[in-house]
Ligand binder design. Structure first.
Ligand SMILES: C[S@@+](CC[C@H](N)C(=O)[O-])C[C@H]1O[C@@H](n2cnc3c(N)ncnc32)[C@H](O)[C@@H]1O
Length: 554
């Protein structure tokens, strides 16, 4: 390692040549903020070189580097280990050195992915579930910087490949990458020191790495996978982690509170697909989150809005902490790929709730009732009915002049969202739900399954390539409600409300024939309505009563 020089990033920061107000957040700022916000009990750094990042620690620290040459004052009690990280962890007893599990760690050693992976594995093993691991060098600005051979002054190496590996093997981890100046900054929480997954798969992972897997051809493709968060979200995100750590610490004397507060992984992931929905998606997001959405704490579920290639990327002011908007990596006209991708690569919940159409507003306890249904019945398929806002189903109302402006007026007059039930009064049951609560419906715009079921019975069928997915949502509904030993649960108090937009299914452009043709071409036979049994969850609220009566008469 004798060829190492002063890290160019540190050099520019320390030279003070750039006005702090003008420059972007760099990795030392980000790491400093992490120390200040988390106030860790101790700190472990892999790769300390001249000591610039190590000097940020104010708590007992260890630095591991076979070639360090500390040039700055280290104010915290620090022990330096002149060795590689692999031999350090093989030989030294971290718990004995620190007297406690590692609380905050920084990976900035050898910039090759398999080394960074082993660093992560070793650190996690010696950490606690509440510890935090920071990873440097995840967003190379040029592919030259990302090569495995160092050819440039700036060199991130292929450390970025660690993220797809972790996202694949360890969906239980919370991994966030920030757009920190020049090289990115990764924050990993929800650690599980007892996890054996990476160790058990290490041989295969290393072989895959050497065969070129988990790499991307361009900087844009790397960024697409990383979905870096804006740096101004870092302070807020760290604040949440700090609050969770504090809650966990203060909880130890109150064992009864422990299970709820120590919930480390969201129970449920809501996955919403949106395409060109600048008007509709903000209402959907509002309806999926607190304070509108009632009954669950926001750390008990997450909302993933997948923007499936909108011409202007979807944005939302003051995005709540449990919501992320991600761009589908390879957007296609059918949303099925984006939904499956988000379920496999992004979602962390053990329950997956799918909303194929991001224009659907949720009723206010839909998420709580969904979780309750899953709690009551193992391996359940939980679904809700759908409504269309307006006087008629939109396939009929749109040709007669119904549109966004009329709908906005109706929603305002219904005093939504202040009157959460107001939407029932201005909506009709969607065509696919027209058989009501006690007949068989054909699809749901909010259905949920366990991740185990998703893996066993499959997600959306990716052979549906039609715009909007064609009959993909009907097919998956049919597949789940009719599977052997199906345990179907219909929510009796909750539903979704479709806002009019330019969707192929409801904007008057009835493409049923083309969609049915696609279905037949895939399955070799026509689509047939499913017939199934179901259980019910929840008490109908006042706004729902007319529809229950309609269903009984139906
Ligand atoms: C980019 S520098 C670290 C810079 C430092 N974190 C900072 O920001 O001031 C990378 C360091 O990793 C060290 N390194 C290389 N291979 C290593 C290994 N196997 N284990 C630990 N450190 C290693 C190098 O000697 C080098 O000093």
């Amino acid at each position: 390692m004798s060829g190492w020089r002063v890290c160019v990033y540190c050099a520019s920061t320390l030279a003070g040549s750039v006005n702090k107000e003008d420059r972007l957040l760099n990795y030392l700022d980000a790491l400093g903020l992490t120390h200040e916000t988390l106030r860790p009990a101790n700190y472990c750094e892999i790769g300390c070189r001249l000591g610039y990042s190590l000097a940020l620690s104010r708590v007992p620290a260890i630095g591991i580097d076979p070639d360090y040459e500390i040039k700055v004052a280290l104010t915290a009690p620090t022990r330096l280990f002149n060795t590689t990280s692999d031999s350090f962890f093989a030989r030294d007893d971290v718990a004995q050195i620190l007297g406690a599990p590692i609380d905050l760690a920084f990976i900035d050693g050898l910039h090759l992915v398999e080394f960074a992976l082993r660093d992560f594995m070793n650190l996690e093993k010696h950490a606690s579930p509440d510890s935090v691991i920071v990873i440097d060098d995840l967003l190379p600005q040029h592919m030259d910087y990302a090569s495995r051979q160092r050819n440039t002054t700036i060199w991130t190496g292929d450390v970025y490949r660690l993220i797809p590996i972790l996202r694949h093997y360890r969906p239980d981890l919370d991994i966030r990458v920030y757009d920190v100046d020049m090289k990115g900054f990764g924050l990993v929480t929800r650690l599980d020191p007892s996890s054996n997954v990476l160790t058990a798969n290490y041989g295969a992972i290393e072989a895959d790495i050497l065969a070129g897997k988990w790499s991307f051809p361009t900087v844009a493709a790397i960024r697409d996978h990383m979905q870096p968060r804006a740096t101004d979200l870092l302070a807020n995100d760290l604040g949440i982690v700090a609050a969770q750590r504090a809650a966990k610490g203060s909880m130890q004397s109150d064992r009864r509170a422990a299970p709820a507060l120590s919930q480390r992984r969201p129970r449920l992931s809501v996955i919403i697909c949106a395409y060109e929905m600048a008007r509709e998606a903000p209402r959907t997001i509002l309806s999926a989150t607190a304070p509108y959405q009632k009954g669950l704490r926001s750390d008990e579920y997450e909302v993933i809005v997948v923007d499936n290639g909108s011409s202007t990327p979807l944005t939302y002011d003051n995005l709540p902490p449990n919501v992320q908007i991600v761009r589908a990596p390879d957007p296609r006209q059918s949303p099925v790929f984006a939904l499956n991708w988000a379920a496999r690569e992004i979602a962390k919940g053990e329950i997956l709730l799918f909303a194929i159409d991001g224009a659907r507003i949720f009723s206010e306890r839909l998420i709580e009732e969904t979780v309750k249904a899953h709690d009551r019945m193992e391996d359940a398929f939980v679904f809700s009915l759908a409504w269309h806002i307006g006087p008629k189903v939109q396939l009929e109302s749109v040709p007669e002049g119904y549109g966004a402006e009329i709908e906005d007026g109706l929603i305002r007059a219904a005093r939504w969202p202040d009157e959460a039930d107001g939407l029932f009064g201005i909506s009709v049951l969607a065509g696919s739900s027209s058989n009501g609560f006690f007949g068989d419906i054909t699809e749901s715009n909010s259905f949920s399954i366990s991740r185990t079921s998703f893996d066993r019975h499959g997600g959306f069928d990716e052979r549906f390539t039609s715009p909007g997915g064609g009959l993909a949502n009907l097919e998956i509904f049919r597949r789940y409600v009719t599977r052997p030993d199906a345990r179907n649960v219909c929510l009796l108090s909750e539903g979704t409300f479709h806002q009019v937009h330019d969707s192929v299914a409801t904007s008057g452009k009835n493409r049923w024939e083309a969609f049915a043709g696609e279905y037949e071409a895939i399955f070799g036979g026509p689509y047939l309505r499913p017939s199934y049994h179901c259980f019910y969850q929840g008490k109908p609220r006042a706004g729902m009563v007319p529809f229950i009566l309609q269903s009984l008469q139906g």
